[in-house]
Design a protein around this ligand. Structure first.
Ligand SMILES: Cc1ncc(COP(=O)(O)O)c(C=O)c1O
Length: 456
């Protein structure tokens, strides 16, 4: 039986009426990928206020790896609700915070002693990672990568790469942030090809210490193990071992921003595990809270203790409901084998998407690490000129045919999949069928062009 069911044209009348109220009451800044208003959700399905049923391939931007309202999360929240809501960990501590910190200390890569700070959002986690790295190293500078996204607060905008719509008009940003090229093989900044490039981009870090900022001034190198907003770019195997080796040599901390790639998204708890390196600090958020707002900074104990008493924290960080929800969500990942499920979805996607690459010349590149899957759309596979217009049309077609998915990429030309990992194979295929129909629809006018070589 099909999951998608559209009863009205979308958006339906109730969604349209709510959008009018939204436009009058809320600034235009917060963007919507779709103009439908939700009524209820479950698993990988969202029903809107007009009774239309959509398959959700966005998961609230990767926050629902364990699905919409899994029963165990629902019941953990209800149980907590009976006890207490807000206390403030800085006023009256509670066990849920401690239990979740212990769990993250155990799940994150590295056998060394670790400690975890809980906060409210991904950006807040990155803010704190920078504070902690500076407190520990007593150095000011931070190195980040092209195409990185680390948040929308002032410090994290300094870390973020993409100018529009994130940075433009909001300057000035905090200083001592330096940027180098990422291992984006499909668009290599050096015009090289992997593996003959010998990972020039990774060794560019050493060069940066001569040309951009002295190594002894750098507190941390921060990287998303797999770029999220930047287009689901998966670096080659040895990239992070080279980067972390250079960091260690110069006493620089390596921070893995796992806000989007973490919590089982790529088939491991943390994407950096695919690379066999142990970050000094890991930030997580999004799917950590099982649907409630929560973020964490986990790191080597001695580093996490560098900030003084009262130097870290906040009113709401690690609130009891979010901690209960997160512990239940992490249990689901283990109980339901969602790491394996993520890897399975990635393979299923790649099988389909490789055929699309042959079928549709607008599909320039196919990328997947477990359930973190994407296609990059181009005008011409030879020139690899980005095709944001086609990408927009594909997203629109999908939504009009009952599939919610979102775009990514510095050039806005990537379709990314962040489907809840509890999606059934039948539902996943149904969603991929819609995406395939969208590619056919948008490609119909464009003649087939020469294929370029791809990473996958
Ligand atoms: C890798 C990464 N870091 C940080 C953030 C910021 O998280 P938040 O929106 O919760 O502040 C995001 C959000 O998309 C992200 O993908």
């Amino acid at each position: 039986m099909k999951t998608i069911k559209l009863l009205t044209e979308v958006p339906g009348p109730k969604s349209r009426a709510l959008m009018q109220r939204r436009e009058a009451a809320i600034p235009r800044g917060p963007y919507h990928a779709t103009p439908i208003f939700a009524a209820r959700s479950e698993g990988a399905v969202i029903e809107d206020v007009d009774g239309n049923r959509f398959l959700d391939f966005a998961g609230g931007i990767g926050c629902l790896n364990t699905g919409h309202r899994p029963p165990a999360v629902d019941s953990a929240i209800r149980t907590q609700l009976e006890k207490y809501l807000h206390l403030c960990f800085s006023v009256t501590p509670y066990e849920g915070y401690v239990g979740l910190a212990e769990k993250l200390n155990a799940l994150t890569p590295g056998k060394f002693p670790k400690k975890t700070l809980l906060v409210n959002s991904g950006a807040e986690a990155l803010e704190n990672a920078v504070k902690i790295a500076r407190a520990y190293t007593k150095r000011p500078a931070v190195i980040v990568f092209n195409d990185a996204f680390h948040g929308r607060t002032m410090m994290t905008l300094a870390l973020t790469s993409k100018t529009h719509p994130y940075k433009a008009g909001f300057e000035p940003f905090p200083g001592d942030v330096y940027r180098i090229p990422f291992a984006y093989c499909y668009r290599c900044s050096y015009g090289l090809t992997y593996p003959s490039c010998k990972l020039t981009c990774a060794s560019a870090l050493e060069d940066a210490f001569k040309r951009i900022v002295s190594a002894e001034s750098v507190a941390a190198v921060i990287a998303e193990p797999v770029l999220g907003e930047g287009g689901f770019v998966v670096p080659p195997k040895e990239f992070y071992s080279t980067v972390t080796e250079i960091c260690r040599k110069h006493g620089i901390l390596f921070v893995a921003d796992e806000v989007q790639s973490g919590i089982a998204r790529t088939g491991k708890y943390f994407a950096i595990e695919h690379y066999g390196v142990e970050p000094d600090i890991i930030t997580s958020a999004k799917s950590l809270g099982g649907g409630l707002p929560l973020a964490a900074v986990t790191g080597r104990a001695e580093i996490m203790d560098a900030a003084g008493v009262g130097g870290l924290g906040g009113t709401f960080g690690g609130n009891p409901l979010s901690c209960a929800s997160a512990l239940a969500a992490l249990d689901i990942i283990e109980r339901d084998g969602l790491l394996g499920r993520s890897a399975h979805l990635g393979h299923r996607f790649e099988e389909r998407a490789k055929v699309w690459r042959k079928q549709f010349s607008i599909v320039g590149d196919v990328r997947a690490l477990g359930g973190m899957c994407a296609i990059e759309l181009v005008k011409d596979p030879g020139t690899r000129e980005p095709h944001p217009e086609a990408t927009k049309k594909i997203a629109q077609y999908c939504y009009e045919h009952g599939l919610i998915n979102i775009t990514a990429g510095t050039y806005g030309n990537v379709m990314r999949i962040l489907v809840p990992l509890v999606v059934t194979d039948e539902q996943f295929d149904e969603g991929l069928d819609v995406l395939e129909a969208a590619l056919a629809h948008v490609s119909a006018a464009a003649p087939r062009k020469e294929l370029a070589t791809s990473n996958v």
